[in-house]
Design a protein around this ligand. Structure first.
Ligand code: HEM
Length: 216
């Protein structure tokens, strides 16, 4: 019976293949291989500034929504860290040098649409924040080693208020398991997680096109 499988496990299993594909996008694979410059990393963070601005704006709008609110947690908030990293990497005028790529615009538009569908918002929330809490740590380690960053520049990957990421993730999964979605809506949520991965993949592909590979 499908009800025996926790929904959080269903999401993870049904999106495993697209996780692997997204993780393997050339831009990310090269970043993890230490083949991307500091400027390229700043370009990634610049695009993510638009994504998190939208995600955290919609989170604020859904703060009192009964479905979305258990997931909205200030400990996750990333935009201030992204802004501080960009100031460190580019300078105070980083905004002048930062424009959303077409795929970033599409991703932001989709997040904004989720203000009308809390389950879809959770799908986007899950895809980015749990990814940052886990896969993001591997990226941080490479960046710190490659560019000599301590914490400045990689604040995006540092969740200072989450002492135990695994415990946090387990609680998050329990919230996914107890969200009041019927089977039809669970299907839509899984599909939206897959869509969120695809939107990330498209963003990475746009970034690869927009930046020349500079072998370190
Ligand atoms: C270098 C790239 C990446 C690596 C090495 C990586 C690695 C990992 C690992 C090892 C986990 C499992 C953590 C655990 O269960 O203990 C994980 C989970 C996750 N990653 Fe990634 N990841 C990468 C990129 C991404 C990207 C780009 C996204 C989405 C934009 C993403 C989204 C997720 C999500 C949502 C989870 C949570 C799965 C769950 O527990 O339900 N990851 N990642």
């Amino acid at each position: 019976m499908s009800t025996l499988i926790p929904f959080s496990q269903t999401i993870r299993e049904r999106t495993r293949a697209i996780h692997t594909k997204t993780e393997g996008a050339a831009f990310i694979a090269e970043l993890v291989d230490g083949k991307r410059s500091k400027e390229d990393y700043a370009a990634l963070l610049g695009q993510l500034s638009f994504v998190y601005e939208a995600l955290e704006r919609v989170a604020e709008a859904l703060r009192d929504d009964p479905v979305a609110s258990p997931f909205v947690d200030e400990k996750l908030t990333r935009l201030p860290a992204i802004e501080a990293d960009l100031e460190f990497l580019i300078g105070r005028d980083w905004r002048d040098a930062t424009r959303p790529l077409p795929a970033t615009r599409r991703y932001v538009e989709r997040i904004e649409e989720m203000a009308a569908w809390p389950g879809g918002f959770v799908a986007h929330h899950y895809t980015r924040y749990l990814g940052d809490l886990f896969g993001g740590q591997a990226i941080r380690a490479v960046l710190q080693r490659q560019h000599g960053f301590d914490t400045n520049g990689v604040g995006f990957y540092i969740f200072a208020d989450i002492a135990k990421p695994k415990l946090f993730r387990d609680t998050y999964r329990e919230q996914l398991d107890s969200a009041p979605w019927d089977e039809a809506e669970q299907e839509r949520v899984v599909a939206e997680v897959a869509n969120a991965f695809a939107l990330n993949g498209a963003l990475f592909d746009d970034l690869a096109d927009a930046t020349a590979v500079r072998v370190a």
